[in-house]
Design a protein around this ligand. Sequence first.
Ligand code: 6PG
Length: 484
Amino acid sequence: GHANIGVVGLAVMGSNLARNLASREGNTVAVLNRSRSKTDELVGAHPEAGFVPAFSYEDFAGSLQRPRTAIIMVKAGGATDAVIEELIRVFEPGDIIVDGGNALFTDTIRREKAVRETGINFVGMGVSGGEEGALNGPSLMPGGSDESWTTLGPILRSIAAVAEGEPCVTHVGHDGAGHFVKMVHNGIEYADMQLIAEAYDLIRRGTGKSPAEIADVFAEWNRGELESYLIEITAEVLRQVDAETGRPLVDVIVDQAGAKGTGAWTVQTALSLGVPVSGIAEATFARSLSSHPEQREVSRALPGPSAESAAQALQVDDVDAFIEKIRLALYASKIVAYSQGFDEIRAGAAEYGWHIDLGRIAAIWRGGCIIRAQFLNRITEAYAATPELPVLLTAPYFVDALTRAQAAWRDVVAISARAGIPAPAFSSSLAYYDGLRAERLPAALIQGQRDFFGAHTYKRIDKAGTFHTLWSGDRTEIEAEDTH
Ligand code: 6PG
């Protein structure tokens, strides 16, 4: 065989990734799909790519040089397992199977373990950037063994997006580390999108500006510290006019947000790890809330603030100042969301024994992926200065930003509450921030309650040991065994 890389699964993502690979110097790409027609279509449409089409797994394996390297681009779940099984049948020890789908990282850990027993390498790889990224340069988050990275690294570097001269790919860590990091990327993506949506809603309902006018606001924001792909496309979406009705497209789209599960995974995993990713969770729940039309229908009659008090709360006599406050609230909440996401990666790495360079992760997200932004440079810098930084938002740059933003942030959360405009991500981010910086938390009371009803014990601020109060007796305190 003479192809140095193969792609299995030629739907849009797979085809685009195959074309990307083929367009780079030195690559010859073997392609395989379950139905023959997709392969014929791709090969026919792109003679310049020099694809090596295969119509069976045997053919496919035969067309690849050793170590054989194949990237699977099929639906996460059962389809992935089926393809892996076929590849194991025709591959040999030392070969490399890469899963480029949005797999759950625990599935990747399981698959890596099982495949490794055959002597074949298995790499779970996060791929971000959608269809366009796959074609022109995605952000790539491969896990798997060091051995597979030796072969895979140069190939992946050749197709990844480039940010400030560096390809947006790194060997994230072993087994499921790549898919874990991609999962958190998506959780942050959810938070970022929700924050932008809340900002839009507040501006619209607060100032009465049209979507096209708000598009100008976002375009303006995109020239400052909020500069990012998501802000950029927000302006484009808001500017879009529906051809059929002549109305802003955003007013014609049903207001129920879909989700394919990666945000929920981020939150579920965070709950298990005990990491408070509250901004990401609120963003995920906000999508769920939007998608229950029957509940929204029966709730429409619930009382909100009167029109006068809502108008009074919004008081947008100075529209520009109001919009600037929202911009600052968005920026502060965004810092919280990223800080929470990186906290989850840090905790995941500790739990699963991965060595993940957090600064490098921020660096490979600067290009190609959905959350790409200048802002990520600040995160790389923060971890470069303090690799073991326990809370990202305490890095000096972010402290400055939060110091500048916090008064406006509080105003915006208060205004939204008084006006009856939901801003779950703005408010939960602020609550997280205030929770973190609190000198004392009412967690002490929770401990008292737990000890009261379940003798769960507590610790004291003034001496070592574990204590229990005899609540149902004479209420004296005894030393207790530590039962948490
Ligand atoms: C990416 C995206 C990509 C996909 C999301 C969408 O990084 O390229 O995150 O993976 O668009 O899975 O997720 P939802 O359908 O759940 O919004």
